[in-house]
Design a protein around this ligand. Structure first.
Ligand SMILES: [Mn+2]
Length: 455
């Protein structure tokens, strides 16, 4: 079996590392999956009394790799990234041993690395296992004691949206390992069951989408009032009866416009060791918290939350609030600077420059796209400065209906003219260009005319 041979290979390399010497240089990715990956690997190395150095990066580029060029570690371990940058890594790093634990599409390139990517073994890297899942397999091969890190592997998988429709393949195996540490129930699959007031919970629910309610605080309040449910309550505090009414009404609200209106229920994974209402109790919220830490560049707090450091855990939790505040102030910047926004045809261009963080611009663009502010199928392009003299670009499409657009292709057709590649997928695309190319980019973007199919 392909999966078996992949697991064997991971095990073999873990054993080799355990028997080796020297400090391990760990490099991971600045998102929920990357942060949980880093926490798993570093915790496992610590337990073996191995020395390590950790760096978390937004992405790998010639620039980010250059900092490692002069380092003389024997082993470099990349986790949740690397597969798409084999050539650059080979060029920049001169180490005896380079291990790549990644689930992203590998670059076609013959290599001298220990390349542990499930896609090379016929598995689906988007669904079957995340970076944190790979880190966990590796950690478990180092020592069975690391089975307690399985819940973090699930946090990473959820952060990468791999739980949609249920866990599969390797993720399923990890779920089995995690069961002793979890309380699993079925409920509304929504972010914030432990922490958010219902009114906000429904207002911000984009998956599942609730037509007429998602995006509107007013509508959300009225909907709850009609059901006789206090909008200030939290989901976990509803009575059985209230819960039943809420679920039925949400399904009814989705009838007619959503593909699977009843698709609002799903498994909820709760950590036994966490207190009720803690943002770390529900693995989905845990993933959101790690994401916030990453976006605000406080990844060490995220790792502390994963490892369970009591004092820093509090700081990580307050980062979640800081992140929400920053999102709101970014949204306010947008509403207060409408005159700076370019609207041509079914295209909107928002150049936020340094008013919105580059790590937040994508989320802001998604929020605007889902806010009903622009007509269905409007393409929204946002731009923000990065600290590295570049400009981050995000592209989304308004509304939530399926259309025939492939945003990644559209964005790539523009940025490739400037010599930059776009990443992402059909529904969300992003790119990084040199800042001096900004106005050229806007010029090219304005000229784009896209046809959308009305559904
Ligand atoms: Mn990942």
């Amino acid at each position: 079996m392909m999966m078996q041979s992949f697991l064997e290979k991971v095990k073999q390399e873990a054993e080799n590392l355990r028997n080796g010497n020297g400090t391990v240089r760990v490099i991971s990715h600045l998102d929920a999956d990357g942060i949980s990956s880093a926490a798993i690997i570093t915790k496992a190395l610590k337990r073996l009394n191995k020395k390590f150095a950790l760096t978390i990066v937004k992405q790998i580029s010639i620039n980010t790799l250059s900092q490692f060029k002069s380092e003389s570690y024997e082993t470099f371990l990349f986790v949740d990234l690397g597969s798409g940058n084999l050539a650059e890594i080979k060029e920049a790093i001169n180490a005896k041993k380079i291990i790549i634990l990644d689930h992203h599409q590998p670059e076609h390139f013959e290599n001298n690395f220990i390349h542990l990517n499930p896609m090379l073994f016929g598995l689906d890297g988007n669904k079957d296992v995340s970076g944190a899942g790979l880190a966990y397999l590796f950690a478990k091969s180092l020592d069975e004691k690391n089975k307690d890190l399985s819940t973090l592997a699930l946090v990473g998988a959820i952060g990468d949206n791999q739980d949609n429709g249920g866990f599969t393949s390797i993720n399923k195996i990890i779920l089995e390992d995690a069961k002793p540490y979890l309380e699993i129930t079925t409920g509304l699959r929504m972010f914030g069951a432990q922490t958010k007031h219902l009114c906000k919970l429904l207002q911000y629910s984009t998956d599942p989408y609730i037509p007429g309610i998602t995006g509107s605080e007013q509508a959300s309040k009225e909907f709850l009032n009609e059901l006789g449910i206090n909008p200030e309550k939290k989901l976990i505090h509803l009575s059985k009866e209230e819960m039943k009414n809420l679920v039925t009404s949400i399904i009814l609200q989705r009838l007619g416009s959503e593909e699977n209106p009843e698709d609002v229920l799903g498994p909820i994974y709760l950590l036994k060791t966490e207190q009720e209402e803690s943002p770390l109790k529900d693995l989905r919220e845990f993933a959101t918290l790690l994401n916030s830490c990453g976006r605000l560049n406080r990844y060490s707090l995220g790792i502390a939350a994963c490892i369970g450091d009591k004092n820093l855990k509090e700081a990580a939790i307050s980062t979640l609030n800081d992140y929400k505040k920053e999102l709101i102030s970014s949204l306010n910047w947008f509403y207060n600077n409408k005159e700076k926004i370019i609207e041509v045809g079914n295209l909107v261009i928002i150049n936020a420059e340094n008013h919105v963080r580059d790590t937040i611009i994508g989320t802001l663009t998604s929020m605007i796209a889902k806010s009903n502010l622009y007509p269905e199928n409007t393409i929204i392009i946002s731009m923000a400065h990065t600290a590295e003299e570049s400009t981050k670009i995000s592209m989304r499409c308004s509304g939530h209906k399926n259309n025939n657009l492939n945003l990644k292709e559209i964005l790539d057709s523009i940025t490739s003219k400037l010599g930059f590649q776009a990443g992402g997928h059909r529904n969300a695309a992003g790119a990084l260009i040199h800042r001096e190319k900004e106005s050229e980019f806007i010029g090219l973007a304005r000229a784009v005319r896209v046809k959308t199919r009305e559904c």
